[in-house]
Design a binder for this molecule. Structure first.
Ligand SMILES: *Cc1c(COP(=O)(O)O)cnc(C)c1O
Length: 222
């Protein structure tokens, strides 16, 4: 199957309320343009440098999502154009995003990344830490960031019940967080699900899936 067919099949299988982020990391521009040319506009990258290079070379109506771990010193390179930062996992990072957003006169949309996986290598906040950020005076004074939802990555395992428990935990957290009435805040996006687990994520209430390899093929890391 071609990139076009794979993309179309995935879109057909997703409910209407679920947004597809096509994860294009490591992929060359000509392959990403195949998806663009059949009307896809939302792409996800996990490195600021790579995303910025692609942003500069590609059509300007693309919505670029930063899905990876973000170093604070890199925020300035994407502040002008990034559509959504999925992996916000500290108040310090949020502070930097706010500062850079102010410089370019934008309000930058962010998701708080919640740690739901068992593996230690996965980044993310505990629910308590996420609440502490939201309740902090500094967050509430930030005028150039907007928290629009939560993001999480399940454990990479064959155990479907474990993955389901982790997604269900994030969905429950999302529902709880919807009840908070805060400035610069609306809980509308629940970013969970990748190539291997997106169907389960959708069943558990995901509103945004981040899918790479089953659209563009396996990645080569050299
Ligand atoms: C790479 C990546 C994805 C996509 O992974 P696939 O398994 O290729 O679909 C999704 N989310 C994050 C955070 C990633 O880094």
């Amino acid at each position: 199957m071609s990139i076009k067919e794979r993309l179309e099949n995935i879109k057909l299988a997703l409910p209407k309320h679920t947004t597809l982020v096509a994860v294009s990391k490591t992929k060359p521009i000509d392959e990403i343009m195949v998806a663009y040319n059949v009307g896809h506009r939302i792409f996800g990258e996990n490195k600021v440098q790579e995303m910025t290079d692609k942003y500069e070379l590609m059509p300007k109506d693309i919505k670029w999502h930063m899905i990876g771990h973000v170093q604070r010193n890199k925020v300035k390179y994407m502040a002008e154009f990034v559509d959504l930062i999925h992996g916000v996992d500290s108040l310090k990072l949020l502070k930097e995003i706010n500062k850079q957003g102010e410089k370019v006169n934008r309000t930058i949309n962010c998701l708080l990344q919640i740690k739901i996986a068992e593996e230690d290598r996965k980044f993310g906040l505990s629910v308590e830490d996420a609440k502490a950020i939201l309740n902090s005076e500094s967050f509430q004074s930030f005028e150039n960031v907007h928290i629009s939802g939560l993001m999480g990555m399940a454990t990479f395992t064959e155990d479907q019940e474990q993955v389901e428990r982790e997604f269900q935990f994030l969905k429950d957290t999302f529902e709880e967080f919807k009840t908070f009435d805060l400035p610069n805040y609306t809980m509308k996006t629940l970013s969970m699900g990748m190539s291997g687990d997106y169907k389960l994520a959708v069943d558990c209430g995901s509103t945004m899936v981040r899918i790479g390899s089953i659209i563009f093929g396996e990645r080569n890391y050299n």
